[in-house]
Write a protein that binds this ligand. Sequence first.
Ligand code: ATP
Ligand code: GNG
Length: 275
Amino acid sequence: MRPLLPLRLRRAAAAGLPRCFGMARRGGPAWRLSIEGNIAVGKSTFLRVLGKTFPEWQMATEPVAKWQKVQASSTREQTSSSPNFGNLLQMVYQEPSRWSYTFQTYSCMSRLKAQLEPLSEKLLKTRDPVQIFERSVYSDRYIFAKNLFELGHLTEIEWTIYQDLHTFLLQEFGDRTALHGFLYLQATPEKCLERLHRRGRPEEKAIQLEYLEQLHTQHENWLVKKTTKVHFENLRNAPVLVLNVNHDFEDDPAEQEELMRKVSSVDTSSFLLFM
Ligand SMILES: Nc1ncnc2c1ncn2[C@@H]1O[C@H](COP(=O)(O)OP(=O)(O)OP(=O)(O)O)[C@@H](O)[C@H]1O
Ligand SMILES: Nc1nc(=O)c2ncn([C@H]3C[C@H](O)[C@@H](CO)O3)c2[nH]1
């Protein structure tokens, strides 16, 4: 059964909520959205355009640098010279069966931390606060971990423990990790491979088209066809804005403007149903 809307939100809805981003919503919590999409589809690039268009929004980029240089979490005594335990991103690509479980545990934890970050001072002063995350605890499970399990890189027992942990953490943190919707950047796997080669991240050198095709299918199943079994009530019907980014918008202001127009016209009143 769908949970009832909190009283505060039902009152807001009854009072006639603003329908889109950019229309003032006084004193409410932030809208929380995640940008999803295949490897190298252009999420970071899109995020930069979003940041320029909506400078008041709070953006959380994917913590790739942390995965490339795993360090003990900082304490007051630690300095920048604290030991580096290795490049986990490289390790998972080189030896997926050995490192997938470790990677997914770590990536899930780092995404969880990002989703639990408090609102910045700047955002707290904003009339219509929006938080954007680059990927989420949900893509961690329903895209990457699921795919690695289906490829045989996570064993049955690792997949079971990962899912158990994921469900437990998300249930414990409840609304604090909930998202209102997703922006799905969609492009062909061929286009992603082309961009991946252009970017030239050393760890990704050996990625083949087939892997991007598998991840593309996982995205389509979860966010478009909705055939992926999800385990969180508020996720099941969360709104998804699909943005076709096959076109090279990086140096095309008109295309960027069109994408931003689509984002700013998102009907935020639909989000209230999924809180
Ligand atoms: N729409 C676009 N048009 C042209 N080039 C693009 C576009 N989007 C991204 N690129 C280029 O493609 C490469 C990958 O983009 P980006 O780093 O934004 O991908 P990403 O989705 O954030 O990757 P990852 O999945 O690894 O986090 C970069 O070299 C970027 O300059
Ligand atoms: N195995 C695995 N699980 C994840 O949850 C995950 N999230 C991102 N990535 C890889 C994709 C890019 O190479 C690079 C930056 O997105 O990191 C992941 N790899």
